[in-house]
Design a protein around this ligand. Structure first.
Ligand code: HSE
Length: 298
């Protein structure tokens, strides 16, 4: 009656897919230990690695699990231990990892009353608590793996997309905290038709590229004229980093979720290592503190 899981980090938006596209990282993530208890209560019993609330109703994992148990009319209690490796406010789905991980684990302990797709709305409740908006572009790939596309929010319809095998992600996290709530508040609420046309052209082409494993097309589609120009000002040397990544052969470069992490999508491990090294040297030169990861898409 106990389960230990890996709760993966995720990269949302992926340039042209604001609030609708995300992918799951293979090696970056938290660990969680969840067990049944006899108290009829959901308790967050331990959190290491980050200073986060233990109070169930203030914790994204607690809120997500409670939403799920409510739907089942269950008064089964659970103890949840969270070993955070993903930093809060880093832009790689820290809250989503906890919400998605918690509902995934509890579902397993209850003999899977829900499919993975059905768990998404419960995990989204954690996102609502974390950012004021129940977006699904982190929790969906955390639960389903690979790439996911939110076809619509009302009604919620989520599609899993294929992952071209040679893709690698380099993730750079400048060690400054950007709150999703704040970085959503600076985005304009309306856009021109011209920008919308460019954006949906790119998003459709990106989906096609994932199916056909067309890495060149993928690179030409990873663009964002809507959100990136506004949010990139929060990231130290964004334009320079993008140029360095592109010059070293990255397919695309953009903001991961609401930032401040950025991603470079690369074809092949070798190229990814090269991009990683170039970015690392640049930030070291600028004396900016950072974390850096290279991951497959999981
Ligand atoms: N799509 C969301 C945003 C993801 O960009 O605000 C937040 O991680």
């Amino acid at each position: 009656d106990e389960i230990k899981i890996f709760a993966p980090a995720t990269v949302a938006n992926l340039s042209c897919g604001f609030d609708v596209l995300g992918c799951c990282l293979d090696t970056v993530g938290d660990e969680m230990l969840i067990r049944k208890n006899n108290s009829r209560e959901v308790k967050i019993t331990k959190i290491t690695g980050q200073d986060l609330p233990l109070e169930t109703d203030k914790n994204v994992a607690g809120v997500a699990v409670k939403a799920m148990l409510e739907k089942l009319n269950s008064d089964q209690g659970f103890d949840i231990e969270i070993y955070k490796k993903i930093k809060s406010g880093s832009g790689i789905g820290s809250s989503a990892a906890s919400s998605a991980g918690a509902v995934f684990a509890v579902n397993k302990l209850l003999n899977e009353p829900f499919s993975l797709q059905e768990l998404i709305p419960f995990a989204m409740e954690g996102e609502r608590l974390a950012s004021g908006n129940a977006h699904a572009d982190n929790v969906a790939p955390a639960l389903l793996g690979g790439f996911s596309l939110v076809k619509s929010y009302e009604p919620l319809e989520i599609l899993k997309l294929p992952t071209p095998p040679e893709l690698r992600m380099v993730i750079l996290h400048p060690l400054i905290e950007v709150n999703t709530r704040d970085s959503r508040s600076i985005i304009k609420q309306s856009i021109s038709l011209k920008k919308a046309i460019n954006q949906w052209g790119n998003l459709a082409a990106l989906v096609s590229a994932l199916y056909t494993e067309d890495y060149g097309l993928l690179g030409r589609s990873l663009k964002d004229e809507i959100v990136e120009p506004v949010r990139s000002i929060l990231i130290p040397f964004f334009d320079e980093l993008k140029k360095i990544a592109k010059d070293h052969g990255a397919l695309g470069f953009g903001i991961s979720g609401s930032g401040p992490s950025v991603f470079a999508m690369c074809r092949g491990e070798e190229k990814a290592e090269e991009v990683k090294k170039a970015i690392q040297e640049f930030y070291q030169e600028k004396e900016i503190e950072f974390d850096l990861h290279l991951s497959k898409i999981g």
